[in-house]
Design a protein around this ligand. Structure first.
Ligand SMILES: [Zn+2]
Length: 95
């Protein structure tokens, strides 16, 4: 199993408060990514598989973004992928 992509980010709700978090993990052997999401809006936690699409990894250079919807309250979570920040967060999560 080879890890291809992993990130953990804090998520803001509609009021701008950091309440949720999202973790995405993808191995080279898989065609889908494992998503562990805590909705910042309603606090609902779920683990699910998301199909690995191009916007996940490519997109515009500094604004790689994708959207995930909470399956409980349908709050739309937008995540911008920033390489530096993702690395920093991953380090902090290990402590
Ligand atoms: Zn929700």
């Amino acid at each position: 199993m080879t890890l291809e992509y992993i990130t953990m980010r804090e998520m803001e709700n509609s009021k701008g408060e950091v309440k949720g978090r999202i973790r995405i993990m993808k191995t080279k052997e898989e065609t889908s990514a494992m998503v562990d999401i805590t909705c910042p809006e309603c606090g609902y936690n779920e683990k699910r598989r998301e199909e690995w699409r191009e916007p996940f990894v490519t997109g515009l250079k500094m604004k790689q973004a994708f959207f995930l919807k909470c399956s409980k309250c349908a709050y739309s979570v937008k995540m911008l992928k920033l390489k530096k920040e993702a690395a920093k967060k991953a380090k902090a999560a290990k402590k």
